[in-house]
Design a protein around this ligand. Structure first.
Ligand SMILES: O=C1C[C@@](O)(C(=O)O)C[C@@H](O)[C@@H]1O
Length: 222
């Protein structure tokens, strides 16, 4: 996966859902932190869609404790079906992700450096700074914030447009109800990854559309 054009990721903790995702998604986002035995599931995976592996930390909205988190992600990066991994920007800056980044480099797996804000939306210059910083370490800089106003959603879209015009690959979205439409619209401004749950009952973030809906919206707006 090169993320040069928009990539729709079907988020799941259950890789056996792949056949349901195939019609609409370009890849599976495997939420390792939400799965029972993620490495065994990856070893057994026989689906067609490539995998973006995420092992989200507890302190960034996921369920993976820090102990062993990057070791498991590095093992995932060695599995053929895994073509991309998601690493929190905070961990990269702390130097905690050096090992997993080295494995991704060695195995030619793309890296997404991500940052989440579940409380609100930082100022536009701050969004631009975070995306620029993330882009220094990764193939795609990803930012998910929580919009509390229409102005917040415009800041996200405007930062997306700026970075994209500058030649950076970014993935952006505003979580929550107010920001929901950005999931459909951000690709127009350059966002390269969208996320939607395979099973709408198992959304992995607030405000997600179900997979078929997001695929349809993005296709119609293109
Ligand atoms: O980081 C992201 C984006 C996301 O939080 C969203 O808002 O769709 C969903 C997560 O599964 C994924 O890891």
């Amino acid at each position: 996966m090169d993320f040069d054009s928009f990539t729709l990721a079907a988020s799941t903790a259950d890789l056996t859902e792949e056949p349901q995702a195939r019609a609409h998604a370009d890849c599976l986002e495997f939420r390792m932190d939400l799965a029972e035995d993620p490495l065994a599931a990856l070893e057994d995976y026989a689906g067609e869609l490539p995998i973006l592996a995420t092992n989200r930390a507890e302190w960034e909205g996921g369920e993976a404790p820090d102990a062993g988190r990057f070791e498991a992600l590095a093992e995932a990066a060695r599995i053929d079906a895994v073509e991309a991994i998601d690493v929190e920007l905070h961990s990269i800056l702390e130097g905690d992700a050096d090992g997993v980044l080295a494995v991704a480099d060695e195995t030619d797996v793309a890296v997404i450096a991500s940052s989440h804000d579940f409380e609100g939306t930082p100022s536009r210059p701050e969004l631009v700074r975070t995306l620029t910083e993330a882009g220094k370490y990764a193939d795609v800089a990803k930012l998910a914030v929580t919009a509390e106003s229409k102005a917040d959603t415009l800041a996200v879209l405007s930062a997306t447009e700026q970075l994209t015009a500058h030649g950076d690959r970014v993935a952006t979205m505003a979580m929550g109800e107010v920001g929901r439409h950005t999931r459909a619209v951000a690709p127009i401004y350059g966002s390269k990854i969208g996320y939607a749950p395979v099973d709408p009952a198992n959304a992995t973030a607030p405000g997600q559309y179900d997979l078929e809906t997001l695929a349809g919206l993005v296709a119609r707006l293109e």
